[in-house]
Design a protein around this ligand. Structure first.
Ligand code: ADP
Length: 670
């Protein structure tokens, strides 16, 4: 496994931390050095060297210490990895440490002539044998457990329990081995005589141990490929142990060269793994310190970045809100579609315009079903656009609202192109309500036709009579009649133009009202006097004893009542009576103008105040008018926060009622 593929947890575990080439090279050099020294010493193993009595206890003190420390370090790795196999290694080193302690204690003439257990020279040989047999066996156990329980990890509680069990089990095993090799040593074959190992040792113990160790080394190497730091150094340790026993087999007594080399191999075997581990620990610590610094640095950079991105997020969200508010406050209905015509965004005005909820993902052409473009169904137009059969367009469309009214819109569409990436992001549809414009257009057309009719008729009559007067000799009577007709027609023309201009002024809001307190009875009395006797009509004014006051513009209100009274005279040609009432009720003033003339058909009542509307029937075709009078009345009354109502029956007459709030403050000015 390469370093890059290592699991994050493996990096912090020496047993699983991958070894690199340099580490392996270093371990092989040590292994080669141990082998070379051992091999070179073979011919000289029996060479007797100087006696160093303290050599053995000194070496074994360090061996015991190193192996105990190694056992502890391995146990600490077990606490991290909690892999069962690691416990075998821990047991191996613990056993090795214990047995090397027993070995040195039992060795004759180190602490006591007959060894500390007083069991004779055979004991240390058998302890040595068990020790050197136990270690490779624990390595094999490690390999087996590693293969079998590779994916097993103890829980923290089980790991603790397993650790203690292993520890106690190993101690018991060591105690049994010690007991066996001290108390019952007599039962064992004799392997040492006069300080020399007997062939029985070679056959029964030496060669089997070397073979066992060698096989262990081979299996261990080929199974692990020295791929981890620990396995690399364990290879060296097993090798050193094998060489230790091999040198012993070659003979040589105490303080011979072979004896010293074997002890040196024991020393190497005990500390090489620990040395490797300490070295790697140090490196790991440095790496972790470096990592910690980097983590701290990146934590700081992360915080800075987070701050910036939060700021950016806030800005984006603010911008989004502004864009949304802009789109929502637009007077146009706006729909954004994706490239295939599915709705991505629609402002609320869309629902208001088309009286139908619209959702993200809706198909726009389906949504627009029932609308008409000037030349085709609008649905087909949209589909054609998305099929790329037609280019971006601007079209007038119409639909019938839920209340049955015809609504008109102007629709335009534009592709949305991401200029940076030069890609199409979607399409933007805008709908503008032009129902009012359409109505005005219609009115204008109507106006033009009315004007052309209304103006042309008196104008041609004026021109005709002027021509007669200018070109022919006519009698005095006729001349007077013609001049009167010219005057009448000119008046009609002038009225039309005045009405039209009044309405224009009221419409444009340019008309300034001069409000004052008005006595309703006086106001009406003045107007009635002016119309009294007109076309044989008698107008009766019905007023209260105490006249109410209203607050209004005198001139404009006079215009209202002149209009209404002139209409009642005009549209009751065969009658001669008009009644005008001034009444008050619940804080309101009601002024009613009642005639008994033609009346108004019921179906015309709701259109009566529309501009240019005139009731069209044979009775009144010869009665001139512009169709603007009542709309002017309505505009003026509403500007006074009043109401104008009409009740009428065809052939019976009409009552026009104007309602104002009674004005109670201030003094009347007229
Ligand atoms: P016009 O100049 O035609 O009189 P108006 O706006 O004053 O215009 O009136 C609109 C229509 O209402 C008239 O054409 C007329 O048919 C009808 N009308 C108004 N007043 C009366 C009324 N007192 N009696 C019957 N019809 C009336």
């Amino acid at each position: 496994m390469s370093q890059h593929q290592a699991l994050p947890s493996a990096v912090y575990n020496l047993l699983t931390m991958p070894s690199n080439r340099a580490q392996r090279r270093f371990a092989y050099i040590i292994g080669a050095l141990v082998t070379l020294i051992s091999l070179f010493s073979v011919p000289f193993v029996r060479l007797q060297l100087g006696e160093m009595a303290a050599f053995q206890p000194a070496i074994f003190s360090t061996v015991v210490c190193f192996e105990l420390i190694t056992a502890y370090v391995i146990y600490s790795q077990f606490k991290i990895s909690r892999l069962p196999a690691v416990l075998a290694l821990f047991a191996g080193y613990l056993f090795s440490a214990g047995m090397s302690l027993v070995y040195i204690l039992a060795f004759p003439r180190v602490f006591a002539d007959n060894g500390l257990f007083n069991s004779g020279p055979q004991t240390s040989v058998w302890v040595y044998a068990l020790w050197h047999m136990g270690f490779p066996l624990t390595i094999l156990l490690y390999l087996w457990l590693e293969a079998k329980y590779r994916n097993v990890r103890f829980s923290a509680r089980k790991a603790k329990l397993a650790g203690w069990c292993t520890f106690i089990g190993t101690i018991i095993l060591m105690a049994v081995c010690t007991l066996f090799t001290t108390r019952y040593v007599e039962q064992l074959p004799t392997v040492l005589s006069q300080g020399q190992l007997l062939p029985a040792f070679v056959k029964l113990v030496g060669i089997p141990i070397v073979v066992l160790t060698f096989i262990t080394l081979l299996i261990f190497y080929f199974r692990t490929k020295a791929s981890t730091v620990t396995s690399t150094w364990l290879c060296v340790a097993i090798l050193a142990m094998m060489l230790d026993v091999t040198i012993v087999l070659c003979g040589g007594g105490r303080f011979s060269l072979g004896w010293y080399v074997a002890k040196w191999n024991s020393f190497v075997c005990s500390n090489v793994v620990l040395a490797g581990m300490i070295y790697e620990f140090t490196k790991m610590y440095l790496n972790m310190a470096d990592l910690f610094r980097k983590v701290k640095d990146s934590e700081y950079s992360y915080k800075v970045l987070l701050g910036e991105s939060q700021q950016a997020e806030r800005t984006i969200s603010e911008q989004n809100t502004i864009i949304e508010q802009m789109l929502e406050s637009s007077h146009e209905a706006i729909v954004m579609c994706d490239t295939v015509g599915r709705v991505v965004f629609a402002n609320r005005r869309v629902e208001r315009f088309f009286e139908n909820p619209i959702n993200k993902g809706d198909c726009l052409s389906t949504y627009c079903q029932g609308m008409r473009a000037s030349d085709a169904a609008f649905k087909d137009v949209i589909e054609a656009y998305f099929n790329q059969s037609i280019p971006p367009f601007q079209k007038r469309i119409s639909r019938i609202s839920l209340s049955g009214e015809m609504k008109h819109y102007e629709c335009y569409v534009n592709p949305i192109i991401d200029e940076g990436a030069d890609t199409l992001r979607g399409h933007l549809f805008g709908f503008r309500d032009r129902t009012e414009e359409e109505r005005i257009d219609e009115m204008k057309n109507e106006f033009v036709s009315i004007i052309s009719h209304e103006i042309r008729t008196p104008l041609s009559s004026i021109m005709g009579f002027i021509e007669i007067l200018a070109t022919r000799n006519v009698t005095e009577d006729k001349r007077a009649k013609y001049v009167e007709t010219i005057h009448k027609e000119s008046m009609r023309l002038s009225n039309l133009i005045n009405d039209f201009l009044d309405l224009q002024r009221l419409d444009s809001g340019r008309h300034a009202f001069h409000f004052q307190t008005l006595n309703a009875a006086h106001l009406l009395g003045e107007i009635v006097d002016q119309w009294q006797g007109k076309d044989n009509h008698e107008i009766e004014l019905h007023i209260l004893d105490e006249s109410p006051f209203i607050h209004g513009d005198e001139e404009r209100l006079k215009q209202v009542f002149h209009n209404l009274i002139s209409n009642s005279i005009k549209y009751s040609p065969d009658k001669s009576k008009i009644d005008v009432f001034v009444e008050r009720e619940n804080g309101c003033v009601f002024i009613k103008i009642q005639d008994y003339g033609l009346g108004i058909p019921a179906d015309a009542l709701d259109k009566l105040f529309a501009r240019f509307y005139r009731v069209d029937n044979s009775d009144r075709r010869k009665i001139g008018g512009t169709g603007l009078g009542l709309s002017i009345v309505k505009e003026i009354v509403e500007a006074h926060h009043g109401k104008v109502l009409v009740e009428s029956e065809l052939g019976e007459g009409s009552i026009f009622t104007v309602q104002f709030d009674e004005y109670k403050e201030g003094l009347p000015t007229i």
